[in-house]
Design a protein around this ligand. Structure first.
Ligand SMILES: [Cu+2]
Length: 477
């Protein structure tokens, strides 16, 4: 039986290079690409200060992103989006040829106020037609941006003009609505935040905006593959993968709002925040009445929607915030290897190396090996997991970031560094006298880590006895 994916591959092969070349550039076609090389967008967080005298709202912070500048012309708020190829860095070591807006992937966050009349120019600097759809915004049908249905596509070199009055407030999005599969999987999307008219009444102390998305970037390739349907390998917050994600900062007592939008091709994301209970206060359909909100630690953000969460940051610390779909907190490579957890791979390596010099079977102790061993990764790719934390290697990548809550924060908004746990509040190796007091007896040989046995013997298929797993080390004074 031929599935849809195989069918598409077969169809593309059958119809030949001419069709492929016309429809979309593939990783292989990169060499022949006529795209202009632009500076690499590295996801630096930048703020935009509204023109002086403007008192409309407290601007959002887009970590690793930017708010689109605007100006007032005759009472209209004027924006200019430029659709163009962007060389984008997902995390240090992985750069890809994406499509975005104004030199950014994703596009800058558009911010306005309920009641504003906005005029948004869209210039197409791609070599493909495009349109922009204002996702969730209530507007006239002819401004909705669906190519062919609500308007003609914007041809390369053309500039279109969208104009409408914002009748609502909330966290909305914008994205290409022409050849959606290609253009959105190459990065053409952004957030559209509309503040309420009375936004200055009770703004949160910290207002963050994060777009969730997923990508397929073959190891070593520079072009995200828009044909991918299931096997995505880069999961991003504002188009950055951990350790490339910028931490969110808050001061103890701050009311924090985090706006989450999801325009992944195929996935919903279960965003989980450690250390707090939050409430979902808003979707892209509007505010949720107080009586309808309930406490949560995880919220599903379905693709094509937004969820806004709020909480008060009472507990200082370094708190993880990440997707709870476990393969969404991994980077590239993970799906390429056989499962060798618990297998002594020493002999296997020795047998394969004469054939493939330097070959190494990976993942003997689980996938944490990948980062910890500081293995060299293939050119233009990032390790499957994480980055160095304060205490150990953080064995997550992808859709993972850190909420840093502190009594005091640096004035300039810079990263305060790692959290120092007060005495008595940090998990550590158990002390011998504590074990004794609490009647926990460990057999003599159990102080030998089971992991050591794994290294010395071929344990393939053998399930170690529970007693051998209990402790890896015992702290002695
Ligand atoms: Cu996810």
């Amino acid at each position: 039986m031929i599935n849809r994916r195989k069918f598409l591959t077969a169809a593309a092969a059958a119809s030949g290079a001419a069709l492929v070349g016309k429809l979309m550039p593939t990783a292989r076609a990169i060499g022949a690409s006529s795209e202009k090389i632009v500076p690499v967008s590295t996801g630096k967080t930048e703020s935009f200060n509204p023109p002086s005298g403007w008192k409309g709202y407290k601007p959002v912070i887009t970590p690793n992103g930017l708010t689109l500048p605007w100006k007032m012309v005759g009472g209209v708020k004027v924006f200019h989006l430029i659709a163009e190829p962007v060389t984008h860095e997902f995390a240090s070591g992985l750069v890809a040829e994406c499509w975005g807006y104004n030199g950014r992937v994703h596009g800058p966050t558009i911010e306005a106020v309920e009641g504003d009349r906005v005029r948004i120019y869209v210039t197409n600097r791609l070599y493909s037609p495009t349109t922009v759809h204002w996702h969730g915004v209530l507007l006239p049908s002819g401004m909705d941006g669906v190519g062919g249905l609500s308007q003609a596509a914007i041809q390369p070199g053309e500039t279109f003009q969208y104009e409408f009055i914002l009748k609502q407030h909330g966290t909305l999005m914008y994205h290409s609505h022409h050849d959606e599969m290609t253009q959105m999987q190459l990065g053409m999307m952004g957030l559209f935040v509309i503040h309420p008219k009375n936004a200055s009444d009770n703004p949160p102390d910290r207002d963050y905006a994060i777009m969730l998305s997923e990508w397929k970037v073959e190891v070593g390739a520079r072009r995200p593959d828009p044909n991918e349907m299931t096997d995505f390998n880069i999961f991003t917050m504002n188009a950055r993968s951990f350790p490339g994600t910028q931490p969110l900062l808050a001061k103890v007592g701050d009311r924090v709002r985090i706006r989450l939008g999801n325009l992944s091709s195929m996935s919903h994301h279960a965003i989980h925040l450690h250390g707090y209970h939050f409430k979902v206060v808003e979707t892209d359909g509007g505010e949720i009445p107080k009586e309808g909100q309930w406490p949560e630690t995880t919220t599903i953000v379905p693709t094509g929607s937004t969820r806004t969460i709020e909480f008060t940051a009472y507990e200082p610390g370094d708190w993880a915030m990440h997707c709870h779909m476990l393969h969404h907190i991994m980077n590239q490579m993970g799906h390429q290897f056989g499962n060798v957890i618990g297998v002594n791979t020493k002999e296997l390596n020795q047998k394969i190396r004469p054939l493939i010099p330097g070959y190494m079977v990976m993942g003997q102790h689980g996938m944490g090996d990948m980062g910890e061993m500081h293995m060299t990764v293939p050119p233009n790719s990032i390790p499957m997991v994480g980055g160095q934390g304060q205490y150990d290697y953080i064995t997550m990548g992808g859709m993972f970031t850190i909420l840093k809550v502190r009594e005091e924060l640096p004035e300039d908004g810079s990263d305060p560094g790692w959290y120092e746990s007060p005495p008595g509040t940090l998990a550590q190796v158990a002390a011998e006298e504590d074990l004794k007091r609490d009647g926990i007896e460990l057999s003599k040989d159990s102080s030998q880590a089971n992991a050591l046995l794994f290294n010395e013997e071929n344990l393939c298929g053998v399930i170690p006895s529970a007693s051998k797993i209990v402790t890896a080390r015992v702290k002695t004074h």
